[in-house]
Design a protein around this ligand. Sequence first.
Ligand SMILES: Cc1cc2nc3c(=O)[nH]c(=O)nc-3n(C[C@H](O)[C@H](O)[C@H](O)COP(=O)(O)OP(=O)(O)OC[C@H]3O[C@@H](n4cnc5c(N)ncnc54)[C@H](O)[C@@H]3O)c2cc1C
Length: 478
Amino acid sequence: MALKTPGRYLDEIRARDLRIFYRGRRFENPVDDPIAAPAARAVADTYAAALEPGTGMAAASPLVGEPVNVSNLLWSSRDDLIARVKWERLIGRRTGRGALRSPGLDAINALAVVTHACDRARGTEYHARLVAFVERIQRDDLAVSGAMTDVRGDRSRRPAAQADPDLFLRVVDRDSKGVVLRGAKAHQTSAIHCHEHVVLPMTCGPGEAAWAIACAVPSDAPGITHIFARQPSDSRRAEDAPLDVGLPAFGGCESLMIFDDVRVPWQRVFLCGETEHTQELVRLFGSFHRFCYGGCKVGIADVVIGAASLIARANGVADSRAIRDKLTEMVQLNETMYACALAAAVEGQPTPAGTVIPDIALCNVTKLNVTRFPFEIARLAADIAGGAMLTLPSQADLEHAELGPLVTKYMTAAPDTPARTRMALFRLLEFLTHGSGAVYFLHESLHGAGAPEAMRIQLRREIPLDPFEAAARALLAE
Ligand SMILES: Cc1cc2nc3c(=O)[nH]c(=O)nc-3n(C[C@H](O)[C@H](O)[C@H](O)COP(=O)(O)OP(=O)(O)OC[C@H]3O[C@@H](n4cnc5c(N)ncnc54)[C@H](O)[C@@H]3O)c2cc1C
């Protein structure tokens, strides 16, 4: 059976010998270290959910002839796309983080289209290699990251014009066996918790063949080092005070992933030097990932809205018209993001590669809303919560022999919500909107899958204004 238990997944990652550093020290393993463990559990939840009926996280794959985790599925129908929006929301809601294998999912689906096109144009053999890779990750239920973002140095310069050519990941050597990679990928979601990385290039032009590299690299390949990112309030995880963490069960993580002369055999290479295909790869990967935010960020927002509503109850103002209006506005904003993603799925189209992809323009509209609405939802939640969300005493004070009764007395508001529950609600909301969770609910909503300008540029390309001008001209009274 292709579906793995979460326990087996965690054991496999625990057993990997990865070089991961956090604040200058090396993690013994990324599963049990208290700073990284919540993110490992969030990836594990994608395994757990696939074994639960009704989640939509397992689907039949024609490639292997049995149910596979949808995190590794090549989409073959609009229903796959619609289902994706729904399971992304479900996992966002149940973890407060999201389905952390999604960058890998977007990477394989983008590569399916582009390798097929490249083979047709150039007579290369990339598509069959990609399909063989997908078959393996499906059969072995592997967690796969999607690694596109180069560190990029001076943003105004192209790869070859950078002071240091390694600022975009590149091929530094090649022989009959394969290629050697050097450089770094930034902000890599869950890469430390994956079995495989799918490496993708950013857009390359003529003369930039060395940087036009797409391939799959096992996460324990020699030469890879991760520098694990700090997040706001991350050290609370090591303080043995789950109430102060806010969301102790799950989390997320990013790392700066450095490739120091990493060898990749040819059968794992999916593009090497074909610069003319990189722009389409960026368009598809970026747009697919923007599409998924209309599910996963919506799921996190479900939790934010729920926490705000419960805080209103705990504060004794749940029946206030003004509070209910704010909660309704939060729901409206959230469902708008969801509706856009569903529309992108419904308008999906088949590709010559045999896969089906969401509507690219609507993927970008979805993400443009996501760059703004979670911020407004967070603002409304903060409005409802009041100041205590960020001025609250600690768990240690609540449990202190002398201070505890005072904290309980002064943190109690509506009589039917215990002080500890009210404090836990404030902390959950604090985590999602100001703490580690804000990395995903807010900053990733803004920058993940590209800064907002990238969506605007894409939208201008996808939806030219000429037909609208023609429509206006046709109705002119002149
Ligand atoms: C939480 C999180 C998770 C992520 N996960 C992944 C992942 O799993 N895999 C992955 O590959 N990437 C990932 N990313 C990276 C994400 O795609 C990038 O953050 C995004 O593309 C923006 O790039 P940047 O952060 O380098 O910002 P920049 O590109 O530096 O953007 C900063 C500002 O500069 C502007 N700008 C940039 N270049 C120019 C220019 N030439 N001219 C004028 N203005 C310019 C932008 O529009 C923006 O306003 C993640 C990011 C975050 C925050």
